[in-house]
Design a protein around this ligand. Structure first.
Ligand SMILES: Nc1ncnc2c1ncn2[C@@H]1O[C@H](COP(=O)(O)OP(=O)(O)OP(=O)(O)O)[C@@H](O)[C@H]1O
Ligand SMILES: [Mg+2]
Length: 1034
């Protein structure tokens, strides 16, 4: 009896023909002869059983959940962690390093058809990549599963696959490195140890990888979703704060810690010990710190110092202790404030006041009201959360800037999106964060239902095959319960947050009971039956999610949704000198009267946008499963897995896939693979592909109910039909090999005859080659002749002699032009055209210039346009008239030069400090010149001293003489005055002496002389003498 051996490779299985590695299979085949087919099929099936099927659609008992789980179990035991359901990849977390992610493995999957190799995350990555390249459609890979199921690991594997297998130039290599290095940075700041996962992502991440027309990754963009900020100030038992805090403390160099005022022990920091487990054996904070530092360098980060100042200041904030009387809290130690003031770049006493007081506006007056101990602690925590949360968003923006695809010449790129977002979560205590996370998972499930069903249906429709609908649970009802306008939980929560009066978490719960109390997926203690009541607290509501029931405690819902920071704390942060914080806390936020959207509403909107992004792309799915709750390798917890199989909707997915046909393949692929099984299709089928497939399957004995022929694909209903065909193919390969072997034997026996034949063939081939060479030479000579003739007749009218030459010259000019178009509007180069194309060339040049001007103008922002307009006016006024004009050109005009104050552009258009000279004694007085739409105002420390209307004329009775002002920004100031007063033609520039009116007919004189430095003083002759450096750069 012949034996079929299986060689297991960790990624899947390869069925080998008999004999070690198949090297002597021909010999064995000879022995088994004709009944080998049956023997082979049986042993093959047994072998498959042992490692399960690699695609669940091939599972005979496909409606049985037990069979599904058994298949997973068999494969898991053999370290086969990946299995398909059609094109969906199911992945079980092995909790151990498998040798399946090497470069060799990558090569095995590169450019190979999805079904030809065993299931792997690389196959999904490669399939998306190839679809993007061949079909030109943007792709996305959606990775879902509960916390700890392996989503982030899967997304990293995909990224690594692209980084290694895609083509690369030197520039692309930098992008690849940055794409890879963005992970450790984001994980340090956005991941933490939870009870479910030692490296749990506490933010959602959608990453676009952009590919150019050659298929090289050239850029990327990340969108982050709702970071779990509450973790900064509190962690449940057994959990930690974000990794970066521990990394800094464990790995930071001595000098660095000293500068930041930190001690090398997490136990010293209140924010790091709430979960009571600052050290975890599976995490090496010290080495992770090195990795993060290196990654920051690769990303091109140069704000390390400021970033670490912020991280350290959050730790100091956590240690700020309050004392004092119950009603008015005060800070008991100065140490933290001292460090905070330095690290945050703020004034210590202002910060202290903001941490202990609240600013209230009563009857238009601002009052500082003291906070009690509890209020002060929550103000401090709110500040820590805001600082950390905004810094995280800043970090994502920073990474995006470093990943941005900057090459303007090839704007078009294709995209593969990777979604790795927090998985469904159920803890002992679930709060606002779990509510958002689980709502997000509902939305993704909704998308999965829509897209898998839709695409399946579309495929049948496109192929003209009748479709039988399958029943499945549609979780839209739960999505609506959460997000519906006016009636959904988020709307009710927002209403309670915005309502004046005594709104609290409990009034929110009552409102929920009143509004959605009757919903089949919503229960509270009050509404529950006796049995449920026993397991529910009075402060909880329960949602019956698609993935299971979760009780949410309403405590803190309102505060977290409001996410407010006291105004005076915001004011302190706005004044920060830390470069990152100045970008995080915008001055405009203070003047913006509109209340910002609540956290839940912002999250809802961002999810809606995410759904839009995903819907516009071709999706692939990776469904991750967690094998046990104890993060152990080799443990297959059946109950836990059954639960996930259920809520991930895998059985339904399989039923949908199988309701139609288990297997489908394009005609050309099917024919290519199995053509050797039918004499009519072997070695090649010459007719239509559909006829070839039809001939083939008839020859194989397929019954009509077993298959259907669509427009471009064959659909096979039962897996066993495919198995039989596959097995027949195996046998055929062996018999073909036997024939080849026999052929070789015959050939070697007839070697002499063979030699004669080969000599004849060689002679014939040499003749052919010689003829081809002669033909090519003739063509070349003709071309040269025509060219020379054309050159001689080039100045004549177009005629048969010169037409080839003239066309050639035109063609080469246009091609040359295409390669050498001017790069920008300042580039005046243009290839010299031949005489016949002079006019056309001029037209093209103008068009090209117009186009460049147009695209330049399109890119200009309104602010820059305004700046350019002012600079134009300055040029009209001062160019070639004032010595220092050229030095002033690169300096941007600003709207205010008064220290630290913004102006309201509706009222004031410009403000600048000036020196006013008394008209008689020329005494200098520091003043501020303020320009409004109708007048110029001279003020002293906010007090109006003089108003000059722009319409003012000398005949005015109230005319009191000219005003003599000196400004350090004279070009900017005069340009602004000219614009505000609309007096562009009334500016006179005089570099010698000027006369001015002192008042009542008297005149004064100012003399200008060049000198080494600026000097303004009354001269002996009574004039005002101004000595000015000739070429100062002001
Ligand atoms: N393919 C894999 N091979 C080896 N170990 C893995 C694999 N996938 C996951 N793991 C292990 O499981 C842990 C958890 O995986 P991961 O962080 O990817 O989970 P997650 O689904 O992203 O969870 P969360 O929703 O909490 O972020 C990893 O830190 C790693 O130890
Ligand atoms: Mg994760």
């Amino acid at each position: 009896m012949m034996e079929l051996k299986i060689q297991l490779i960790p990624t899947g299985e390869i069925i080998l023909p008999p004999g070690k590695n198949g090297e002597n299979f021909c010999h064995n085949c000879k022995v088994v002869a004709s009944d080998g087919v049956r023997a082979m099929m049986e042993s093959a099936l047994t072998a498959r059983d042992r490692v399960g099927v690699q695609d669940f659609v091939l599972l005979e008992n496909y409606t049985s959940e037990a069979a599904f789980i058994e298949n997973l179990r068999k494969r898991f035991k053999e370290n086969l962690i990946y299995t398909y359901i059609g094109s969906v990849l199911v992945s079980v977390n092995p909790y151990k390093d498998l040798e399946i992610y090497t470069k060799n493995h990558m090569e095995r999957y590169r450019g190979v058809n999805f079904y030809e190799v065993s299931p792997h995350i690389y196959a999904v990555a490669d399939n998306s990549y190839r679809s993007m390249r061949t079909e030109g459609k943007d792709q996305c890979i959606l990775i879902s599963g509960e916390s700890g199921a392996g989503k982030t690991e899967a997304s990293k594997k995909i990224l690594q696959y692209y980084a290694i297998t895609c083509p690369a130039s030197e520039q692309v290599q930098t992008v690849k490195d940055r794409l890879l290095q963005s992970n450790p940075v984001l994980e340090a700041f956005g991941n933490a140890k939870t009870l479910r996962n030692d490296n749990s992502s506490r933010f959602g991440k959608y990453m676009d990888i952009q590919f150019d027309f050659k298929g090289a990754p050239v850029g990327g963009h990340i969108i982050n979703y709702l970071l779990e900020k509450s973790r900064v100030v509190h962690q449940n038992h057994g959990e930690r704060n974000f990794h970066i805090f521990y990394q800094l403390i464990e790995g930071g160099e001595e000098d660095l810690l000293r500068r930041l005022g930190l001690e090398r022990s997490p136990l010293q920091y209140q924010y790091l010990v709430k979960g009571n487990c600052p050290k975890v054996s599976s995490i090496n904070d010290r080495s992770d710190w090195k990795v993060v530092r290196k990654a920051l360098t690769v990303i091109g980060f140069n704000e390390d110092e400021e970033l670490l100042n912020i991280i350290a200041s959050v730790l100091h904030l956590g240690n700020v202790q309050y004392g004092g009387e119950e009603g008015s809290a005060c800070i008991t130690s100065d140490t933290q404030i001292k460090y905070l003031a330095r690290l945050l770049g703020v004034n210590g006493s202002v910060l202290t006041e903001a941490l202990t007081h609240k600013k209230i506006i009563a009857k238009g007056e601002e009052l500082m009201s003291p906070l009690n101990l509890e209020q002060a602690s929550s103000a401090r925590d709110a500040l820590s959360k805001a600082v950390y949360g905004r810094t995280f968003t800043w970090l994502v923006n920073k990474i995006n800037a470093s990943l941005a695809y900057t090459d303007d010449s090839h704007k078009h790129y294709s995209v593969i999106g990777l979604l790795d977002i927090y998985g469904f979560e159920v803890f002992q205590h679930n709060s606002f964060e779990q509510f958002c996370i689980n709502y997000c998972n509902e939305k993704l499930q909704q998308l999965f239902i829509e897209l898998t069903l839709k695409s399946e249906q579309e495929e049948y429709e496109a192929e003209g095959i009748t479709w039988e609908p399958v029943q499945y649970f549609n979780n839209k009802i739960i999505c609506d319960l959460v997000e519906e306008k006016f009636k959904g939980i988020i709307s009710i929560l927002d209403e309670e947050c915005l309502r004046p009066g005594d709104a609290s978490d409990f009034t929110f719960l009552e409102k929920l009971e009143d509004t959605v109390g009757g919903h089949p997926h919503f229960v509270t203690h009050k509404l529950a039956d006796g049995k449920t009541r026993k397991v529910m607290g009075r402060e909880e509501f329960r949602l019956l999610h698609y993935a299971g029931e979760v009780n949410y405690n309403v405590n803190g819902f309102l505060d977290k949704n409001n996410d407010l920071l006291f105004r005076n704390l915001k004011e302190v942060m706005v004044m920060s000198e830390n470069n990152i914080l100045t970008q995080c806390f915008d001055r405009e936020e203070l003047s913006d009267k509109k209340r910002p959207d609540t956290a839940a509403t912002q999250f809802k909107a961002s999810l809606a946008k995410l759904m839009e992004i995903l819907m516009s792309k071709e999706p692939s799915y990776v469904r991750c499963i967690k094998p046990n709750d104890s993060k152990q390798a080799g443990r297959f917890d059946e109950v836990l897995i059954r639960h996930q199989v259920k809520y991930l909707g895998l059985m339904e997915n399989l039923r949908v896939r199988r309701a139609g046909f288990a297997y489908r393949r394009r005609y050309e692929v099917f024919l290519q693979r199995y053509k050797s099984l039918c004499p009519d299709t072997w070695p090649n089928w010459q007719g239509k592909l559909a006829d070839g497939v039809s001939t083939l399957v008839k020859h194989l004995g397929y019954k009509p109910e077993e298959y259907k022929l669509g427009r471009s694909k064959i659909f096979i209903r039962f897996p066993k039909t495919l198995f039989a065909t596959e097995d027949a193919l195996e046998t055929r390969k062996h018999s073909l090999a036997t024939k080849l072997q026999a052929g070789w034997k015959g050939y070697s026996q007839n070697l002499f005859v063979g030699l004669k034949v080969s000599i004849a063939v060689q002679a014939w081939w040499r003749g052919i080659l010689a003829k081809r060479r002669a033909q090519r030479r003739r063509q070349a000579a003709n071309t040269i002749r025509r060219f020379v003739k054309g050159f001689i007749y080039r100045h004549k009218e177009r005629c048969p002699e010169n037409e080839y030459f003239l066309d050639y010259v035109r063609y080469s000019f246009l091609m040359n032009l295409r390669r050498n178009l001017p790069k920008n509007v300042l580039d005046k180069s243009w290839p010299t055209p031949p005489a016949a194309l002079k006019e056309a060339s001029e037209h093209l040049r103008k068009l090209c210039m117009q186009n460049m001007v147009w695209s330049y103008c399109k890119k200009i922002s309104p602010e820059w346009k305004h700046q350019m307009e002012q600079k134009m006016i300055a040029s009209e006024l001062f160019k070639d008239k004032k010595d220092n004009y050229p030095q002033s050109v690169p300096k941007l005009f600003v709207s205010t030069r008064l220290n630290g104050e913004d102006i309201n552009p509706k009222v004031l258009q410009y403000a600048v400090p000036v020196t006013k000279y008394d008209r008689k004694g020329y005494k200098p007085r520091p003043r501020q010149l303020l320009l409004t739409g109708s007048s110029a105002i001279i003020a002293e420390e906010g007090k109006l001293k003089q108003r000059i209307d722009y319409g003012f004329s000398l005949c005015d009775v109230s005319f009191q003489g000219d005003v003599v002002l000196q400004s350090d920004h004279v070009i900017e100031t005069l340009t602004k005055i000219a614009i505000c007063a609309e007096k562009i033609n009334n500016i006179n520039i005089n570099q010698g002496s000027i006369k001015f009116t002192v008042g009542q007919g008297k005149e004064g004189i100012i003399d200008f002389t060049p000198g080494s430095e600026l000097l303004v003083a009354k001269a002996k002759n009574g004039h005002l003498s101004v000595t000015a450096p000739r070429l100062n750069s002001r």
